[in-house]
Design a protein around this ligand. Structure first.
Ligand SMILES: NC(=O)c1ccc[n+]([C@@H]2O[C@H](COP(=O)([O-])OP(=O)(O)OC[C@H]3O[C@@H](n4cnc5c(N)ncnc54)[C@H](OP(=O)(O)O)[C@@H]3O)[C@@H](O)[C@H]2O)c1
Length: 255
């Protein structure tokens, strides 16, 4: 049984995620396409883009494994798998993805990196704590419908995320750091299939782990990525006169 104080902490954290969601209706997170001379002035000093991605994403692994290790908990089969899925995602996001992007010379605000470090440290802590103390359900969990559906969503979402990020990275040749209209894969239907894949992935993770911290991670992912998908869609439509009119922002055929 999860302790009351932990559930209250996660509930407060989810509440903060909802506040972030409301705030992001009024301001575009200033990195990537949304980072220009004006935003650079408003958000303070910048750091190299790839270094920023590495630092802000790597802290999840440090925070998660640091917390789990200090709890001195036993690795059961389900928790081992939960940790392996989290690790697979963050090994790519922190150690591989930044160095594959064609963003040499680009920067992002240090303030954004620091805010992400706070979010990711908290996220890793909550997941590590709950996995260590409350997520051990024994082998029968692998046959539970919540695990099976969650695992399908996780794998499908991750595949869409990776494939879409690959298509975006492949748009730039040589030293090009400009923007082009992405085509193929999930881009046939939406402007940000990579973000859609990420959202589906963490929905699956919340389901397959059936944890409060997994739910909080999913809420925060939506809070960050739904407004970003809207900003991306608007950005493409303003920049490219030939942008496919049937393409939606995030949800195929709907929005
Ligand atoms: N779980 C979360 O809360 C969370 C939060 C943020 C991001 N993420 C994940 O992190 C990854 C990156 O996120 P993001 O928001 O930076 O994605 P993004 O804006 O789609 O950019 C992804 C990469 O593709 C490049 N790119 C984007 N559009 C392009 C175009 N039209 N032409 C050429 N290159 C283009 C970007 O370069 P530039 O940097 O030069 O724009 C960047 O290197 C995604 O997989 C996302 O799901 C997760």
């Amino acid at each position: 049984m999860t302790e009351q104080w932990f559930v209250q902490l996660v509930a407060g954290w989810i509440g903060l995620g909802l506040v972030a969601f409301v705030a992001l209706q009024f301001v575009d997170a200033p990195y990537g396409k949304q980072y220009g001379a004006r935003t650079a002035r408003a958000w303070g000093p910048g750091v190299p883009n790839r270094l920023g991605w590495f630092v802000m994403e790597a802290v999840v692994l440090v925070s998660f494994f640091g917390t789990f290790a200090t709890m001195n908990a036993a690795w059961s089969s389900p928790t081992l798998l939960f940790a392996a899925l989290l690790t697979a995602h963050y090994v790519n996001r922190a150690l591989i993805y930044p160095w594959r992007t064609r963003t040499r010379g680009k920067r992002m605000p240090l303030s954004v990196v620091l805010m992400s470090v706070v979010f990711n440290t908290m996220n890793g802590f909550l997941l590590g704590w709950e996995f260590a103390l409350y997520a051990d359900r024994g082998l029968s969990w692998f046959a539970d419908p919540r695990f099976v559906l969650g695992a399908l969503l996780f794998v499908g979402g991750m595949a869409l995320n990776l494939h879409s990020d690959n298509l975006l990275i492949g748009l730039r040749k040589g030293g090009d750091t400009g923007y082009h209209v992405p085509r193929g894969g999930g881009f046939r239907w939406v402007s940000s299939p990579n973000l859609l894949g990420e959202i589906v992935e963490w929905a699956g993770f919340a389901l397959l782990t059936w944890t409060w911290s997994g739910l909080a991670f999913f809420v925060w992912t939506c809070a960050n990525l739904v407004p970003r998908a809207r900003a991306n869609h608007r950005w493409y439509r303003e920049r490219f006169a030939d942008y496919p009119p049937e393409r939606r922002a995030l949800v195929p055929g709907i929005w």
